[in-house]
Design a binder for this molecule. Structure first.
Ligand code: ANZ
Ligand code: ZN
Length: 875
């Protein structure tokens, strides 16, 4: 028997697949139904890591399984190639971002190919290819015509390390998602995608995504954050202090004569709890509210207070956790129902970007308002009484009550429930002409301007006379210049001596290019459509082709993209649809989504606390020592593989030592795909042994026959083997269909064991081996091909049909029979299907629930209807 040598076999079969154009969707039988399998495409960092291997191995199981099941499978691969690291490399190492990126792509493509994924490489592209970003610029212009792009001066999240703007989604706990730097606020002009145009549709669409994880749908729904409430005006009180009166008069003047955007009629607030209006004790405005900005011009205390608020950061998390800060403006408004005067404060927890940037504070029923009121000595009046509390003695203490209850202390609202109160108060405010019910979304438009070189240039030209002029389509692409330098901080495109100087497309006068590039999340928002619709150079993709393939049937990637990429892509497909570029009525790009867990590994440290690579650790009978210096090593937590903790395993080493199949098999074998997976040395050795076991089984005997032919006349042991094999098909298939690959693997082990024990060298064995080989093919495709050839399988195993379970062999050997006592069903028993009448009767009598229902009765007769029922007559 020959040894299986992956180093020979794997390249051989990869060449055979390529020669057969096995994964080229265009070469497949067009009559078959299509299936689009896609994994989130990688960033070309330069090396593949174990997370890639696991992610793409999962997608490959699906792609190969679907191909075997009769589908024409599209399974493409490309590169999400724009982004900061290329510029960092340019700055730190003096290499050009373009060269760095394409070198990295080459360095990653090779091991990806060595892993033998069933990928359609004919469709490969990188988002930094001019052909791709040219079409992205065309999409930008199409979106602009469609009203989905606009320019806006707004407060932005400024990342001082990246020297660039970040979207809200890219700020995590007040820090840049990549740099980790504390984010500052700045006012800048930027281009914005109008994602809020689809807020409601994006929210409703989530309900149709029944093959998405619940968790991701919930995160998106929360991100979109729909809330129903009331926009209402508090009018100025008649009595104001002298100062306040001056302020109001000045604002009125500015508004009329300077066209300033400062409200004068009163203060417009947004609330979701109009039922608590009688509990209002103050009004709070955002420090960025137009009224406050206006007041700051002539009031240095307010000016200073605004600066203090600005230091907290712009993110909601930062604002929610910061200590409450307030400033009493001296202005007063009057309560719409009671006429009582309420003071107007500035509060650091009120955001300008949400609602109207102003609230009424009801401390008894909102925690922020309560903390604020306790700090500044504002009154607290409860107006919602929790059930079981006594109105005379109820006190909120330090915890605001936000639940249901009965409204009290509230005039015409007294006695109503919370919901009734909301309705009644809203109706009253509307009747008074002070406001109207509205819907608010937390979702903000997507600011896409980045002060970066290595991105897609925004196709706009600024002219003094004509303003922001779109680059005419015929002048696309706006190509990135190659001759840029990275020796100054900021944007190299801006520093370039000539690139930005162009004539205005409209009037021909000297004008200036936009030097900002698009957020790279735009690049990954439509790549799946480009894969499907081909690398066309006159339009973003072929509309018919892309519309036929989309939506992606199964998308696989990290849950960290739950609100970034996965929301942007859903926006883009809607935009493309409404621009007439894509025929996708639902607007949904991904019908099925699976989010895989991470690959983890134990962390090793030496006595000095230095991290030690696993490859440098030797286990000497339980004592861990470094291989190079013999230092003692301790094993720490098992955490996500990361370079900083040195707990990584290089996939290329594993491929070199064990072959691609073993790496693929191991990363899928141990834990459910949704969970984290721990890489261990013993695990990979186990996977390697298993592959050897399969090979031994196949080569152990000579066969004559076709491995897809059922061994119909098998009896005895052979029949038992057939039952095991067909049961395995059933479970392996459902394991793959439901993303429980580890259970499929367990079934494959079971079938392998049954085959190892089986002595016969007959048709049943050949059939079971044929099943085993086809079942391992999505996991260990090279080994499967080698085995398939060995047992006389026809053509490529890749093209062999997925085994179908024979239902007759799956029928259970036991039956469940109901037990009736005096015509009433009292219990049921499970017995062997071929048990005789006496045995069935005995089993019924031994059944606990049957015995219970017979207590105190005398049995008169027992009727057993074989395979149907047991009837007991007793009195
Ligand atoms: C009065 C009130 C009383 C409120 C009460 C809550 C409880 P969601 O559900 O997120 O829409 N709010 C409104 N605009 C705000 C802003 N720009 N910054 C900070 N807070 C703001 O939350 C709506 C509630 O958040 C609103 O309802 C308002 O406080 C506050 F017992 O109004 B509420
Ligand atoms: Zn012009």
């Amino acid at each position: 028997m020959s040894r299986y040598n992956p180093a020979d076999a794997e390249p051989k079969w990869q060449a055979a697949w390529e020669a057969a154009k096995a994964f080229d969707a265009d070469a497949m039988d067009a009559r078959k139904p299509g299936y689009y399998a896609l994994e989130m495409f990688p960033y070309p960092s330069g090396r593949i890591h174990m997370g890639h291997v696991r992610n793409y191995a999962m997608g490959d199981v699906i792609a190969r399984y679907k191909a075997a099941s009769g589908y024409r499978v599209l399974h493409p691969m490309g590169w999400d190639a724009f982004g900061m690291p290329a510029e960092n490399a340019a700055r730190d190492k003096g290499v050009h971002p373009k060269g760095w990126t394409y070198d990295n792509i080459a360095a990653m493509r090779a091991p990806m190919k060595r892993l033998g994924f069933a990928l359609d490489w004919t469709r490969e592209f990188a988002t930094c290819d001019v052909g791709y970003y040219n079409q992205q610029q065309a999409i930008f212009l199409a979106f602009m015509k469609q009203g989905l792009v606009y320019r806006k001066k707004s407060k932005v999240n400024w990342d001082p390390v990246e020297n660039s703007v970040l979207a809200n989604e890219q700020v995590v706990d007040g820090k840049g998602w990549r740099s980790g730097a504390t984010i500052e606020q700045r006012e800048m002009n930027q281009w914005v995608f109008k994602i809020t145009h689809y807020a409601q549709e994006l929210l409703e669409g989530l309900d149709t995504l029944d093959r998405w994880p619940e968790k991701v749908r919930t995160m998106q729904a929360n991100w979109i954050g729909r809330s129903e409430g009331l926009n209402m005006r508090f009018e100025w009180a008649e009595t104001q202090s002298v100062d306040a009166r001056k302020t109001l008069d000045k604002m009125a003047f500015d508004r009329v004569f300077k066209d300033e955007d400062a409200s004068y009629d009163g203060i417009e607030i947004y609330t979701t709890r109009p039922d608590t209006l009688f509990g209002a004790s103050f009004i709070a405005l955002s420090a960025d509210h137009p009224i406050i900005k206006n007041m700051a011009k002539s009031n240095s205390e307010i000016k200073n207070f605004r600066i203090k608020c600005g230091q907290i950061g712009t993110t909601e998390e930062a604002i929610a956790t910061a200590p409450k800060l307030g400033f009493d403006t001296g202005l007063k408004v009057k309560h719409p129902f009671t006429g009582k005067e309420l003071p107007v404060w500035i509060a650091n927890f009120v955001l300008m970007g949400y609602g109207t940037g102003a609230i009424f504070g009801c401390p008894a029923h909102d925690q922020r308002d309560l903390d604020f009121s306790r700090k500044y000595g504002l009154p607290v009046l409860a107006v919602v009484l929790p059930e079981g509390e006594d109105a005379a003695s109820y006190d909120v203490g330090t915890e605001a009550y936000t639940g249901e209850g009965t409204i009290y202390n509230s005039g015409f609202l007294d006695g109503l429930s919370k919901d009734e109160g909301i309705k009644a108060a809203t109706a009253k405010i509307e009747e008074m002409g002070l406001g109207h019910g509205t819907v608010q979304y937390r979702l903000r438009d997507w600011g896409v301007s980045r002060q970066r070189y290595w991105g897609c240039p925004i196709p706009i030209i600024y002219c003094k006379d004509c303003g922001a002029v779109p680059v005419p389509e015929g002048d696309l692409p706006v190509e990135l210049p190659d001759d840029v330098s990275f020796d100054k901080p900021g944007n190299p495109l801006d520093h370039h001596p000539t690139w930005k100087n162009v004539p205005c497309p409209t009037c021909g006068k000297p004008a200036r290019r936009e030097t900002d590039t698009l957020d790279t999340f735009a690049d990954s928002s439509w790549y799946f459509a480009r894969f499907a619709g081909g690398n066309t150079d006159d339009r973003p993709f072929d509309k018919v082709e892309a519309s036929n393939w989309l939506p992606v049937d199964q998308y696989i990637g990290g849950v960290e993209h739950a609100v970034l990429h996965l929301l942007y892509a859903r926006f883009f497909t809607r935009g493309l649809r409404d621009c007439g570029l894509l025929d996708l009525p639902s607007g949904e790009p991904f019908a099925g989504l699976f989010t895989q867990g991470m690959v983890t590994h134990a962390v090793y440290q030496d006595e000095d606390g230095a991290y030690i690579e696993p490859a440098n650790v030797d286990d000497k009978d339980g004592t861990l020592l470094t291989i190079d210096t013999g230092k003692t090593v301790t094993k720490g937590d098992v955490i996500k593989m990361s370079k900083s903790k040195k707990n990584t395993i290089d996939p290329e080493d594993i491929i070199a030592d064990y072959g691609a199949d073993v790496a693929r098999w191991f990363v899928l074998s141990d834990s459910p795909p949704a969970r984290d997976f721990e890489w261990t040395e013993s695990g990979v050795v186990g996977a390697w042994r298993f592959s050897g076991k399969v090979w031994t089984l196949v080569t152990g005997t000579a066969f004559d026959g076709n491995p897809v032919t059922p061994a119909h006349d098998a009896t005895g042991e052979a029949l038992e083997l057939r039952k095991v094999a067909h049961k395995a098909i059933d479970n392996i298939t459902s394991g793959i269909e439901s993303f429980r690959f580890n259970t499929s693997v367990a079934q494959i082990y079971e079938l392998t064991n049954a085959l190892t024990k089986y002595k016969g060298d007959d048709a049943a064995r050949l059939e079971a081996l044929g099943i085993l080989i086809r079942a391992i093919a999505p996991f260990m495709p090279h080994l499967a091909e080698e085995c398939w050839a060995n047992i006389g399988g026809e053509g490529l195993c890749y093209h062999a049909p997925w085994p179908v379970a024979d239902l007759d062999l799956l029928t259970e050997d036991t039956v469940t029979l109901p037990v009736q006592v005096n015509g009433k069903r009292r219990s049921e028993i499970e017995v062997a299907a071929n048990l005789d009448k006496g045995g069935v009767e005995a089993a019924a009598m031994a059944d606990e629930r049957t015995q219970k229902s017979l207590e105190g009765l005398t049995i008169r007769k027992v009727i057993v209807v074989p395979g149907r029922i047991i009837n007991i007559v007793a009195n």
